[in-house]
Design a protein around this ligand. Sequence first.
Ligand SMILES: NC(=O)c1ccc[n+]([C@@H]2O[C@H](COP(=O)([O-])OP(=O)(O)OC[C@H]3O[C@@H](n4cnc5c(N)ncnc54)[C@H](O)[C@@H]3O)[C@@H](O)[C@H]2O)c1
Length: 292
Amino acid sequence: MRDFNDKVALITGGASGVGRSLAFALGRRGAKIAVGDVDEAAMARIVEDLAAENIDAIVEHCDVTSVDSLGALADAAKIKLGGLDLVFANAGIGAGETGAMWDYSEKDWQWCLNVNVWGVINSIRAFMPRLVASGKEAHFVVTGSGNGAYLILPDAPIYTASKAAVHAITENLHYQCQAGGLPVKVSALFPGPHVVDTGLFNSGRVRPEALQKDVQGNESGINSVEDMKKMAAEYGIELQTTHPDEVAEMAVQGLQEDAFWLLETTAETDAKIRARTEMILNRTTPVPAMVG
Ligand SMILES: NC(=O)c1ccc[n+]([C@@H]2O[C@H](COP(=O)([O-])OP(=O)(O)OC[C@H]3O[C@@H](n4cnc5c(N)ncnc54)[C@H](O)[C@@H]3O)[C@@H](O)[C@H]2O)c1
């Protein structure tokens, strides 16, 4: 998709972080924006900020764990903005788990898999029939994570598992659209190349009451990118970060080239991917790769 002018872009989890940056990157290129989110404070902020830039937008309460909620957002986009051309299945959370996985609260597993995996499944079920029925050129972008898609980092097993599933779903969606000769292009967006400075590490702010932790003592203690930097510094590592606006620009450029992989890596990450591939080919016993 070369031209975003007058296209309607729907972004789940669009009120903060990567989703928010996507809203502005596309809105500034003339797209109309439908943001769905559950963080009321962040939604109020983006309503004002989009209006200040005269970006034509709607911002609706939309919970990705409900296919009906997503359907209502798509209906609102059609009625108020005129259709649907780009979907960003972007909402995601980190449950902040640490320690032995057999000691985790079941609620941590449920919350993370509900939002990260079911959020993507629900988005496909809510939006793909609409995109296919329109018969127009469209884009379906899923925000995944290298942690799960191509590396298995040892520090957040639930998150990693969720993003492994997300990538399998995304790649299969691509194969199915391609096999069906559909005008829907599928892309896998990987925020990076470094840890992206967003609200992901403070996901607890939108944790539902019914899924609050019922096991104590396995909190990671990391609630922000600053906390991550401090922890990395204790191990003598200077953690680099990426601004979400850079991720959005990388994504927009990739979309203009109809790229599947919206992915920017560092030489260190490439080395980890190569080491992992070699490990599998050589049947070497896995050793954990480090974050960063
Ligand atoms: N930050 C990183 O370094 C990084 C790295 C790789 C992948 N990601 C992925 O990027 C995506 C965006 O996250 P981010 O880093 O911008 O974090 P963020 O917390 O700033 O943004 C995530 C948004 O999703 C929303 N959300 C949470 N639960 C929701 C629900 N049930 N329904 C609708 N919206 C919900 C939040 O309110 C928030 O606005 C996620 O899928 C995340 O896993 C982030």
